[in-house]
Design a protein around this ligand. Sequence first.
Ligand SMILES: [Zn+2]
Ligand SMILES: [Zn+2]
Length: 100
Amino acid sequence: MRKTSYRIHRNRQPKKADPNKSVEDIVRELQRAHPGRSDYRERSLKIHGFICARCGREFDQKTSHLLTVHHKDKNHLNNPPDGSNWENLCVYCHDEEHSW
Ligand SMILES: [Zn+2]
Ligand SMILES: [Zn+2]
């Protein structure tokens, strides 16, 4: 039998709000959880505004990288143009959202 050697090493750590985790780490993780296209991001920000739907934290152009688009039904392929499946969450709230 042939063994494929390209196994991806992925540390599946339990996701908890880790105080040692940097914002960059969280952003990277979220990008992994939401692979590929992010063109809906701009649209979602336009529709829902630069504000976290959960904690109400406000953002602007400069800090907008800390605001991410979450899919309410967790289906990243479901991107209705009216934004009804999107939620703008700051990286902290978004991390929470995916941690359970
Ligand atoms: Zn938030
Ligand atoms: Zn999400």
